[in-house]
Design a protein around this ligand. Structure first.
Ligand SMILES: *[C@@H]1O[C@H](CO)[C@@H](O)[C@H](O)[C@H]1NC(C)=O
Ligand SMILES: *[C@@H]1O[C@H](CO)[C@@H](O)[C@H](O)[C@H]1NC(C)=O
Ligand SMILES: *[C@@H]1O[C@H](CO)[C@@H](O)[C@H](O)[C@H]1NC(C)=O
Ligand SMILES: *[C@@H]1O[C@H](CO)[C@@H](O)[C@H](O)[C@H]1NC(C)=O
Ligand SMILES: *[C@@H]1O[C@H](CO)[C@@H](O)[C@H](O)[C@H]1NC(C)=O
Ligand SMILES: *[C@@H]1O[C@H](CO)[C@@H](O)[C@H](O)[C@H]1NC(C)=O
Ligand SMILES: *[C@@H]1O[C@H](CO)[C@@H](O)[C@H](O)[C@H]1NC(C)=O
Length: 835
């Protein structure tokens, strides 16, 4: 039913971005509500001659690169940052398609579950007010009035608006950073001598070169600005809510392996050079460089010789109509998607579901035996010095015994899991393989009499939701994981929910489950396979009454009980939803049962391999999405103690879970457009008025070459919270905070050793807090979370919402457009004229 185009789209993962927004002189004058640029004080503004020659200059570099042997395998080549920016800044835009894109984006962002919370953040959330719709309206009006004429500026400004929300599930996957991006000549490291004294910032290569004759000198200033302020500014637009997690993004690390955002700049840094001042008094100037996309089979830069050519051939290309004009466009699209995928803030469940469906229809869906899903004692990318006892074949999770590599009688085991999905989207049986590795590891841990467990989730941006549930259930088999989800009300969500609930009712569900049987079901008829596809989208959307349970784990009696809407925080939401983990359609991954449910129900009777007071969760703040769900189970239901590493050198408490705690991301093209297509394929509008309404409320394809956009779709609400505030608006302090030392940064087992000493050995205090005090309190006396966040405004953002707003007549033609909710809720809040 959904056709080939859909199938192709399903191959696309979901994405999230990290962006350092360039200094953009023009933006200072065109809108009061665009956040301050991140970069200062440099502000390079190309001349008319620079703009005219920028792309042609890249072409000249490309022509000589083409003659080198590297060009046969390279995917990029280096150019000077000045000519790269000259080229980007020369890309024009055409009003009509640009406005159309902003309009569609404005429709889509209304599905961001927290849009009202972002516009009016709760006290102490640490979040600056960000009025997404108001900001998009400003940008729309600026394009309409001709004050934004550069596509690069449009990308940059929309990016700043969405990134300022610090919501990893909210993003647009832009084409330009995949075409040209920037870098510094080296990475930085943030190090403390003992993990407890506040950290200092160093050039990474200096740290590596350090010896008895060379002691690296710390950086005190960047471009003449205090280094702490400069890095806070650089990382302001990172995706995490916690400023300490954002801080960590700047630096190099080993687990997970990354070079950091000081080094890798998706966008122009604002200047062509920068200076570092060191403690020893030296100030040195360095040059940024740029890398440009290279396709070995054809030199795209022989065609993209002007900004206009990039607009015509790369940006203003409708991906829905195959056009020969699209030189480089489809490659760019793929690359943009891959880059975003690396961030792992995914909901890859649907992709996996469809892979399984295809495999099942070809009769190859049976997972191999456990022994073929794991590897013993082989190298693991995050821990080059020590090998895990066991890992899954896709290298998602590693299980270690400290005694194996320390050679002592330690009773500590370690689970290292830097994501809940493989980096490689073609990884085989990812959920089964992780389930098997964890199961075999825990059995061995019990056989060896292990008493303590460290779970290292550093860098874990999420993945398959059911994998997070499964890991929790393997650790605590008889506990029922609670994650209270809800979806923002929107007239389109209502229409989609009505359609799914009608199409996939209890009878259809029962019939499908019977046909699929234990999950292999090679013999599904075409009709059943089609129904299964629709059911998969219904399941993914969360918008089917019969595929959800209520907050107490019971079925909803009526559609209205399920859908609501409930009035909360001046906005509207569905009722609280929970997963029906016994229903394989609701869990969304055929033939995979979460431990404790379905075929694995009997595991529920097993005793937990570790007691909660002997489990420690280690994060670097980057714990988002599925990791946020998993850590909420551990912390709120088991009172597991947490350690957070890194952060600003301020000696203050820091959040263990610093990324989005939203429970699901939904993508515009891969997901939402398919929900809409299912409605429109199966139902006909009553009359012209209803047709008109559908056109107004349903998102439509982007006609520019924008690979994807996404929103946070489901909130995660703690049961004990009477205000029902989405969890990302609480920054909950870790029990113990550490900084990295040169040893713990480079070698995970050194960090695990320090955590082990702090939790069960003779080391007492952390940099902040302690693990020795086992009374873990989550929230106040009633269990309501307590946030360590400030009252917003870290000083780098002019703050949407607290500067004068546009008046109603300037809003994007509201006659053809729904501004649902925010308009009213903003109007009600003090001092801000609303939409
Ligand atoms: C911004 O641009 C204007 C005119 O183009 C120029 O006069 C001004 O100096 C620039 N500002 C900065 C900070 O570079
Ligand atoms: C000062 O420290 C920096 C960074 O370690 C180093 O590159 C530079 O050579 C040092 N300067 C002097 C004069 O020692
Ligand atoms: C693991 O592999 C290493 C390197 O091949 C080897 O030295 C070591 O003995 C192996 N350990 C076990 C427990 O098999
Ligand atoms: C599928 O069909 C084959 C051949 O007709 C049959 O042997 C097999 O039992 C069927 N499988 C299921 C799950 O019904
Ligand atoms: C802590 O224990 C380690 C051995 O586990 C020992 O080497 C160290 O000296 C002890 N430190 C203190 C302060 O007791
Ligand atoms: C343990 O933590 C609680 C709550 O923070 C505190 O009141 C108590 O004094 C602590 N106990 C020890 C031994 O540090
Ligand atoms: C951000 O912009 C506001 C308004 O233009 C300004 O008052 C503030 O000083 C700026 N902050 C920084 C850090 O530049």
């Amino acid at each position: 039913m959904l056709g080939k185009a859909t199938a192709a789209l399903l191959g696309l993962g979901s994405l999230a971005r990290a962006v350092a927004v360039p200094q953009d002189n023009a933006s200072a004058t065109t809108s009061a509500r665009v956040p301050n640029s991140t970069s200062s004080p440099g502000s390079y503004v190309p001349s008319a001659a620079d703009l005219a020659s920028g792309c042609a200059n890249i072409g000249r570099v490309a022509a000589s690169f083409a003659r080198t042997p590297e060009s046969r395998t390279a995917t990029s080549f280096q150019v000077d940052s000045k000519i790269a920016y000259d080229c980007l800044a020369s890309i024009p835009l055409e009003k009509e398609p640009a406005l159309d894109f902003l309009f569609e984006l404005s429709k889509f962002v209304q599905f961001q579950s927290t849009i009202t919370y972002l516009a009016r953040p709760p006290a102490n959330s640490g979040q600056d007010p960000m009025d997404i719709l108001g900001g998009l309206t400003d940008i729309y009006n600026s394009v309409d009035s001709g004050s934004i004429t550069s596509w690069n500026e449009l990308e940059t400004r929309v990016d700043a608006l969405l990134s300022g929300c610090h919501e990893g599930h909210l993003y647009v996957a832009w084409p330009l950073p995949s075409l040209i991006n920037f870098r510094s000549p080296f990475s930085l490291m943030d190090l403390s001598p003992d993990g407890k004294q506040a950290s200092r910032v160093y050039v990474a290569s200096d740290v590596r070169a350090s010896s008895s004759t060379f002691r690296p000198s710390e950086i005190t200033q960047i471009d003449g600005e205090d280094v702490v302020t400069a890095i806070e500014r650089l990382t302001y637009y990172e995706a995490s809510q916690s400023p300490d997690t954002r801080w960590n993004a700047a630096f190099q690390s080993q687990n997970p392996p990354k070079l950091g955002s000081f080094y890798a700049r998706p966008r122009y840094p604002g200047a062509n050079t920068f200076t570092l001042t060191f403690q020893n008094g030296t100030t040195t100037e360095y040059r940024y460089t740029a890398t440009a996309l290279w396709q070995s089979e054809s030199n795209i830069w022989s065609v993209l010789t002007t900004g206009q050519a990039i607009w015509d051939r790369v940006i203003n290309v409708d991906p829905n109509t195959r056009s020969s004009r699209g030189s480089g466009a489809s490659r760019l699209r793929t690359r943009a998607l891959e880059e975003f995928r690396k961030r792992k803030l995914n909901n890859e469940q649907l992709d996996e579901t469809f892979r399984r469906l295809e495999k099942r229809q070809s009769g190859s869906n049976t997972p191999p035996p456990q022994s073929q899903l794991v590897r013993y004692n082989s190298t693991f990318p995050d821990t080059p010095r020590v090998r895990p006892y066991i890992q899954d074949i896709n290298q998602v999770v590693g299980g270690y015994f400290m005694a194996d590599y320390a050679g002592d009688d330690s009773k500590t085991a370690i689970i290292d899991i830097t994501g809940f999905a493989p980096d490689d989207p073609n990884g085989r049986f990812p959920t089964h393989a992780v389930q098997a590795a964890v199961e075999l590891f825990l059995a061995e841990a019990q056989r060896r009499g292990m008493q303590q467990l460290i779970i290292d989730v550093r860098g874990n941006g999420g993945g398959y939701v059911n994998m997070g549930y499964d890991l929790y259930k393997q650790l605590f088999p008889n506990s029922d994981p609670y994650s209270g989800n809800r979806i923002r009300y929107h007239p389109a969500s209502l229409r989609i929910a009505e359609a799914f609930t009608q199409l996939i009712d209890q009878d259809v569900i029962n019939g499908l489950i019977q046909a699929i049987g234990g999950g292999m079901g090679e013999n599904l008829s075409n009709a059943q396979a089609n129904a299964y596809q629709v059911a998969s989208y219904a399941s993914l959307s969360g918008l089917d009454q019969f595929l959800n349970l209520d907050k107490d784990g019971n079925k909803f009696n009526t559609f209205n009980d399920f859908f609501g809407p409930q009035n909360i925080y001046g906005d509207k939401f569905t009722s609280i939803l929970t997963y029906d983990l016994n229903n394989l359609l609701a869990v969304g991954d055929l033939s995979y049962d979460v431990t404790g449910y379905g075929d694995r129900a009997s595991y529920r009777n097993r005793s937990p391999p570790f007691t909660p007071e002997n489990v420690i969760l280690v994060t670097d703040g980057v714990c988002a999405s599925t990791c946020g769900i998993f850590s909420e189970f551990l912390r709120n239901q088991q009172r597991i103690r947490t350690v957070v590493v890194g952060g600003r050198p301020n000696g203050e408490p820091s959040a263990a879970v610093g990324g989005t705690r939203g429970a699901q991301v939904i993508q515009h093209t891969a997901h939402m457009l398919n929900f809409v297509q299912i409605v429109e394929n199966n139902f006909t509008p009553r009359d012209a008025a209803e047709q008109q309404e559908w056109n107004n409320i349903f998102p439509r394809p982007f006609k520019l070459n924008i690979p994807e956009a996404a929103v946070n779709w489901k909130d995660n609400i703690r049961r004990a919270d009477p205000t029902e505030t989405p969890l990302q608006f609480y920054l909950e302090a870790a029990d113990c905070r550490l900084y990295y030392t040169p040893q713990t940064l480079s070698f995970s087992h050194e960090l695990w050793a320090q955590v082990d000493r702090l939790a069960w050995g003779n080391e007492t205090d952390c940099a902040v807090g302690s693990l020795k005090n086992a009374t873990v309190v989550t929230g106040d006396a009633n269990g309501v979370p307590i946030s360590i966040g400030s009252n917003g405004d870290t000083g780098f953002n002019s703050g949407y919402g607290d500067t004068p707003q546009l008046t109603g007549d300037k809003i994007i033609d509201t006659a053809k457009f729904i501004w649902y909710g925010v308009r009213n809720s903003l109007g009600a809040s003090g001092g801000r004229r609303g939409y």
